[in-house]
Each structure stands twice: as structure tokens, then as C-alpha cells.
Design a protein around this ligand. Sequence first.
Ligand code: DGT
Ligand code: CA
Ligand code: CA
Ligand code: ZN
Length: 584
Amino acid sequence: MSRNDEIAGLFEEFADLLEAQDVSYKPNSYRRAAENIREYPRPIEDVATEGEAALAEIDGVGDAISSKVIEYFETGEIEELEDARAALPVDMAGLTRVEGVGPKTVGRLYEALGIETLDDLEAAARNEEIREVKGFGEKTEENILENIPFARQSRERSLLGEARPVADDVLAHLDGHDAVGDVAVAGSIRRWRETIGDVDVLVASAAAERVVAAFTDWEDATSVIESGTSKASVRADGTRVDLRVVVPDEFGAALQYFTGSKEHNVSLRNRAIARDLKMNEYGVFDVSGVDDPDAGQRVGERVAGTTEEEMYAALDLAWIPPELREDTGEIAAAAADDLPALVTTDQIRGDLHTHTEWSDGRATIAEMLAGAEERGYDYHAVTDHATGPGMVGGVGLSDAELEEQADAVEEAADTVEIEVFHGVEANVDAEGGLSVGESLLERLDVVVASPHSALDQGREAATERLVRAVEHPEVDVLGHPSGRLLNRRPGLELDYERIAEAAAEAGTALEVNANPHRLDLPGPGVRAAVEAGARVVVNTDAHAPAELDYARYGVHTARRGWAEAADVLNTASVGDLRGFLDLD
Ligand code: DGT
Ligand code: CA
Ligand code: CA
Ligand code: ZN
């Protein structure tokens, strides 16, 4: 996304928020400015360095708007927009995706019923609360209810945690069908990106039409979007799934091509050209003796295409794990045979950030421990929320309650064979202070410190705040560092290198929170940690035993950051972990 798009998006959001508050005239001038900034031929950040007068050259951009652009580049935020967001803390983009719901409606429903999200909207419509609001009626309420499922589906990108189960199910459905040879997912789902535009599925078969029929007959497909002789698309559980069928000889080439990323493939193709090779979705071809290599797709002598390994080998490269295919140095590493041995899910030996019904979890301590033991773990840490900034409705435990919990944890630990740690998830306040008393912090086995409030700080303040928490002698883990919620809020913008260096120095682990809504640290944050020699720790933040299964999303996010097992704290044995935690 260019910065022009970024700024335009902010002004569009501002326009919606103003309109929701019944401000007249202004919303449209912000929308017009947004459109012109988006289309402007020069990068807005360059124009901004020339000052307000240069910005005002852009159609529809006057003094008020150009000073906001400058303010944003200087401070990282626009104060008036922040105020408008605080006054109307709603999922504007999600709600206005419901047909018939515009910003004004969002404003009125928030005022009358406190509706902030699609879930709130649906609940209110089902409870027949909307028809009671002035200006709304039974018919409007019914329309809203009818249009919500579509608004959900048309949300631009699915979470990895939503799309991956769909991918697993479609693979299971196709695997074993008599017309299906090799079958695999490709695209962003194979690279384990945090959000997924669509799930790409690839099948090797000489009977493409039968494979397409089996695919469109899949019982989980709620609708068939399109269907051809060797391609089809369906929707399942709100996610779009694309199928392509290729001949078995070209399966490796297609798998490589459709896995992407686009940037990775562009770099590979350039490497091929430099070797007088042509690389595409049908194979790698030697075109050294060919007059016109662009004469067709399958020209010259084919040297690879059946397997992905041979596609890479044809370019003198080791096979590259899909999570690394983002063109951030993986091709050079493969050429030097210096790729990392990435961490795997079965190497995880326990979870160091979990909750129970003592705070906002949905299971008892014993149930969570049993869940950990069932998963074959060697250890488990109970880290309920402490009170403090960001904790609403008495969710967090006071110091006295944490003392009391210590006995309960000890008692429950007798019901399992695994090593049990008692810890806490303390809040990191805006300045980097913690919400648990010092003497108690000293006595707890594991201290996870996480930001839950002031998530709109600028980059510098946010980085310093987290560095302070990382450097606190009792803090073992910095939990979900950015505080982002995917598709909902961006979280803190951070200098990951600085935090990683502080963490390496202090011996504090940086969490890769595996909850699909978070995946925080993201891949680049993990990479900074790995390069600085800091440990990461893959935690699920589970609020119920089933959520311990989120671990794989965290592991693959860590792999996107080039993490090996030695980089990940919770691949360690109990003894090594106790050493890291300074226990006994
Ligand atoms: P998504 O679905 O938006 O999460 O991301 P992808 O990466 O799965 O993208 P998608 O589904 O549009 O295409 C799958 C892969 O196919 C993509 O990663 C690379 C390859 N691909 C698709 N279109 C192009 C293209 O126009 N050029 C190149 N080089 N590769 C493409
Ligand atoms: Ca895709
Ligand atoms: Ca696709
Ligand atoms: Zn938390």
C-alpha cells in the first residue's frame, strides 16, 4: 500500500466518522481530498517534505487537510481523527459492509444500543431491539439481519485460523478420490500468511473434469462461484476456495508458481533468465538454442516440472520452505545452502501463556492442565490476567487473589504428570510500568507482560514503553507486543530491532501469540528477534483447552520469521526452561 493510499484511507475513515455524527458538508470534502490524494501522480510523502503550500496544490486539499497530512507524518497520528475514533469506537468498515447500513446508521445504532461490531448488530437484530430505535422499523431490522451473512463473507480477507481448517477439509475431501493424484494447497495459505484472500488448491490428474465435479460436490461448499473444465471456485465457511487441475508432469511447476509470492517468483524468473532458462507454471526450459524464447510457454528443452524440488534444483537452489518465499533473502540463502532448519509444531513442549476461569478463561485450572497433558506437553504455565490498565469489568486478579491462586495451582498440579508453572499476565501501562506488586512478581514462576491499553501511541513512545517492560528483571515474556487484532485494529507500530536487542540483552523472550486474531509478533518481528539473538516463545493465550491447538499458527508465523528450534524458548526441556526462568 502506498502512502497515498494510506493517507486517503485515513481521510475516508474520518469522513465516515464525521458523517456518523451528523456533521454536514465536511465529510464530502474529506472524501474528495482522499480520492485526489489516492490518484495523485507523486508520492505524498515527497510532496509533504515541500510543505503545506505544495500539498495545497492537490485538488480539494486546503489548509486544514494539508496540515493534517503534515501532522500525520510528524507524529504518526491525526489528533482529530483519534478523537473521532474515541468518540465512536466501532468497526465502521465491517458494519458499513452490510447493505443498507451507512455511517449515519452506524452512528445512530451506537448512540441508541451501543452497537460496535457485526456481532453486536446481529444480536440486536435477533433480539428485535433495532425496530425500537427511532427512525428504524421492523422491515429495516429484517433487511439488516438478512444482509449480515453476506457482509461477513465479503470481508476482504479471512484469518489464517479460519481459512486453514477449510483448507484441511478440502484436502481431506479430495485426497483418496480415484481421479485425484497429488493434491496440495498453494498460494498464501501454503505460505501461512496471517490473512488469506482465497485458498488455492492444486490437483494432479489426467481426468480434470471428474476432479472438478468432485470439488463442486463437496458437502462443505455453500455456493459454486464458477466451474470450468479444469478450474472451479466455491465458497466454504465464508472463504473462497479456488481449484486448478494440472497434468501430473507439470504438478511441481504449477505448485511452485501458484504458491508465490509474486515477488519471490519474479526474482526466481530473473535468475532463470540469467541462466538461459525460462521458468513458468509449466516447467523450467533450456532456451539457450531457441531463437524466440517468447514464442510459446513450452519452448526449448524441458529440464524440470514434475516436482518442486527439481524446479529449484534447475536454478541451482535448495528447495525453499513456502513460509520463506517472500523475496526477503531466501533465494540467496538457498543458493549458499544456508537456509534455516525451521522450527516445527511437534517441537513445542508446552505453553507459557494461558488463562483459566480465575480471570476470563472458560475452563478450570485442572481442565487446562489436562488439555496440555493430552497434547503431549512437558510443561504448562497458568498466567491469568492481573488487574490494571485495559482490564475491563473486574477480569483481572488482584495481588491477593493471585496469592490465593498459587495454592489452587499447586493442588491442580497433583492431577497431572507434567511440570506446572504459576505465573501471571501483567499489564504494561503506557509508560512501561507493570500492574502487579514487585514482591509478588518475584515469587511467580513466569511473568508475561503485555500491553492492553494505550494502543494508539506513536512508534517511539510505544517502543520505549515495551523496552522498559522487557528490561524489568522479573519479566520473562513480552506478550503480544503490538496488541494488534487482525482485520480490527493495527496495534502499536514498533521498532522491532530495538526491542529485540533489548530482549536479547535482558534475557526476556518475545511472544509469538498464536491466537489467529493476533499472530503477534508478526513474521518480521520474529526475524528481528532471531537476528538479534533474542528468544521467541510460541504461546496460544488459550482461554479453553481446545485453543491450545492454535500453537501451529504461531509456529508457522515463527517460521515466516526464519526461526529455528533453538530460537524458540518453549522447544526447551523442562530443565533448560527452568534455567531461563531463573527457577531453583
Ligand atoms: P491471497 O490469495 O491474496 O491471500 O494471496 P495469494 O498469494 O494466494 O495470491 P493469489 O491467490 O492471487 O495467487 C496465488 C499465487 O499465484 C500467487 O501467490 C502467485 C501466483 N500468481 C497469481 N497471479 C500471478 C501473477 O499475475 N504474476 C505472478 N508472478 N504470479 C502470480
Ligand atoms: Ca490465494
Ligand atoms: Ca487464488
Ligand atoms: Zn493478553
